[in-house]
Design a protein around this ligand. Structure first.
Ligand code: ADP
Ligand code: TZD
Ligand code: MG
Length: 583
């Protein structure tokens, strides 16, 4: 804080302690336990980044705001505290906006704080430097959006942003801070009094007893029950209770991508290896922090045993979710249990009593049979050592490395590189797998790596499609600059989905999905002092990954994969529109 000594300049008594918008914002963040900012400096927030660093906040500077934003969003998921992304006005704000929308869609708590230009000029559209009505643009993709015009409202502004981000269903919040605000000078004592330490930002939401009873009655009568764990369950950090519930019921479970590891994928009740058997076969399904969106085929259609894509399979659903509006969004929910997952799960556990019946043996046996067959089939495929290397033989190595390092964070994006990794690489602990999320977006990779390394202080392993990596590849410099323990493996099949497409017109340009053949992504990290490795066999990949984990040095491994190995869009080929058929 500055002490004003020149009374003429400030019009206040000599010796009066003053503060300003910069310092109030930093103090408000610190007061609320926020210790890290992901951002990119420039007008009007350059000094904010410097002062935040000087005040003891970890200020992580990125090369593009989108990556800083994705980092903030996943930091929110991992910590239950809003991840903070700080950007400049108009273009920087827009670069961060993608991540804000991503946070909202994925239910991650995040606050995008952007500097903006002056209201008077913006509202009259007089053409200020980087002029834009950012608040209006943020609103449709944010859970909430606020603007602060006076320094003594900074405390309230941040408090509102924090509450909006983490309470109820978490989401992305926008906080608009016009340039003039930062320099506003106010009496320090008055300023301190305006700050708010948010009390109980994400209040418990206890489910209604009759909702709990309804759910338990339905589960008790089930002949073929199934539990689906989603990333809301991972976010809730109620790991022990969730494990206790799953084990006490004896019900087989599926983990959605980012819920993998909540219970180990090798758990005897895991039905992942029998997914296409249990979804259509189940009679009662309990969703815990998972939405019936496209990732679960909207709860109907062939995946669920329906005949056409609009047909329900006849399952009854229990849905545990904090959002009262989620139930019935796609199909009928017979027993909604609305509340926070920790409270709901412990209420269910308490209501189950001591002699809860295990599910019928014929259902469990049928699942185990399928599992055994499918796991044996997969083992056979993984044991092959084809040349060139394919996704399976490469991921067999990754699977072993992750097994040996169960605390490592796994970042994953791509199409085939995503789908194969999800199904081949087992996870052993909660919140270790972070990926493309609800939208299936490319570009989260390097931002997630930075956040995962900084927030968890664990080794990070990123399995990246060569296309996916390109969206955030420049952040390799950021990873090297902060010397983070990140090992990036690029599954290089020369393109989007595969490298073998041809130009339908036969012209000189290559097909839209094809990249430079034999690209050496490993050279990129060498430019910044990291370790590059170029590997063509599983043995070489193993050696390079082991060395990366041992040394903890920033490492990028260019793993050459058979360019024929992938399929269009990986597992979701069917979502591509087909050309209209001739009658
Ligand atoms: P997945 O993609 O893994 O299936 P989704 O993102 O679709 O998961 O679903 C997550 C759900 O979890 C959302 O509907 C969200 O409202 C809910 N959720 C998030 N946090 C909590 C919480 N603490 N308690 C209860 N539900 C939560
Ligand atoms: N842009 C964004 C932001 N997100 C997307 N999902 C896409 C484009 C479309 N897309 C996919 O859905 S996967 C993918 C793109 C461009 C890249 C797949 O290629 P890859 O992975 O090299 O990353 P594989 O292993 O070759 O399939
Ligand atoms: Mg590829």
């Amino acid at each position: 804080m500055d002490t004003v000594t020149d009374s003429k300049d400030k019009g206040v008594a000599t010796g009066q302690e003053m503060t300003d918008g910069f310092n109030l914002l930093i103090d408000a963040l610190k007061l609320n336990g926020i210790d890290t900012i992901f951002g990119l400096p420039g007008i009007p927030i350059t000094d904010l980044t410097r002062k935040a660093q000087a005040a003891g906040l970890r200020m992580l500077s990125f090369r593009h705001e989108q990556n800083a934003g994705y980092a903030a969003s996943i930091a929110g998921f991992l910590t239950q505290k809003p991840g903070i992304c700080l950007t400049v006005s108009a273009p920087g704000f827009l670069n961060g906006l993608n991540a804000l929308a991503h946070a909202t869609v994925n239910c991650f708590p995040m606050i995008l704080i952007s500097g903006s230009s002056e209201r008077e000029i913006v509202d009259l559209q007089q053409g200020d430097y980087e002029e834009m009505d950012q608040l209006a643009i943020a609103k449709p993709v944010a859970k909430a959006a606020f603007r602060v015009l006076h320094a003594d409202d900074i405390g309230v502004g941040l408090a509102r942003a924090i509450r909006a981000a983490v309470s109820g269903r978490p989401g992305g919040v926008y906080l608009d801070l016009p340039a003039k605000l930062f320099a506003q000078s106010i009496d320090a004592e008055r300023g301190r009094k305006t700050l708010i330490k948010v009390v109980d930002p994400a209040p418990q939401q206890i489910p209604a007893p009759d909702a709990v009873k309804r759910a338990l009655d339905l589960l008790k009568g089930a002949k073929k029950p199934l539990i689906i764990l989603g990333k809301g369950a991972a976010y809730a950090q109620a790991d022990a209770d969730i494990k206790a519930l799953v084990e006490k019921t004896g019900i087989p479970y599926l983990s959605m991508s980012m819920a993998k590891g909540l219970l180990p994928d090798t758990h005897e009740q895991s039905a992942s290896a029998a997914r296409s058997f249990v979804l259509p076969g189940a009679d009662v399904v309990m969703l815990i922090g998972a939405r019936l969106n496209w990732l679960l085929s909207h709860g109907k259609g062939k995946t669920w045993g329906g005949k056409g894509h609009k047909d329900w399979g006849g399952q009854k659903f229990v849905q545990i979710d904090i959002s009262p509006q989620e139930a019935d969004s796609n199909v009928r929910i017979d027993a909604p249990v609305v509340g926070d997952i920790r409270s709901c799960v412990s209420a269910l556990l308490a209501g189950m009593g001591s002699n809860w019946p295990k599910p019928p043996a014929d259902w469990l046996n049928a699942i185990n049979e399928k599992k055994t067959t499918n796991i044996a089939k997969m083992a056979e495929t993984l044991a092959k050592d084809p040349s060139p290397m394919n996704f399976h033989s490469a991921l067999n190595v990754v699977r072993d490395i992750v097994k040996a390092n169960p605390d490592a964070m796994l970042v994953n994006e791509g199409a085939n590189a995503l789908d194969f990794t999800r199904s081949i690489v087992d996870m052993y602990k909660p919140r270790k797998r972070i990926d493309v999320g609800t939208w299936g977006i490319m570009g989260v990779g390097m931002g997630y790596c930075v956040a995962a390394a900084v927030v968890t202080r664990q080794q990070v392993i990123a399995i990246e499609g060569d296309s996916a990596f390109g969206f955030s590849g420049m952040e390799v410099e950021t990873i090297c600059r902060y010397n983070l323990p990140v090992c990036i493996v690029i599954m290089n099949n020369n393109g989007v989905y595969k490298g073998t497409d041809v130009n339908l017109a036969g012209g000189p340009d290559v097909a839209p999905t094809v990249f430079v053949k034999g690209a050496r992504y490993d050279k990129i990290i060498e430019a910044f002092g990291g370790v590059g490795a170029h590997v063509t066999t599983p043995a070489e990949l193993r050696k390079a990954m082991e060395e990366a984990v041992r040394s903890k040095k920033p490492t990028l491994i260019n793993a050459v994969i058979d360019e024929n190995a992938g399929t269009e869009s990986g597992r979701i080929t069917s979502l591509n529109p087909q050309s209209a058929k001739k009658k």
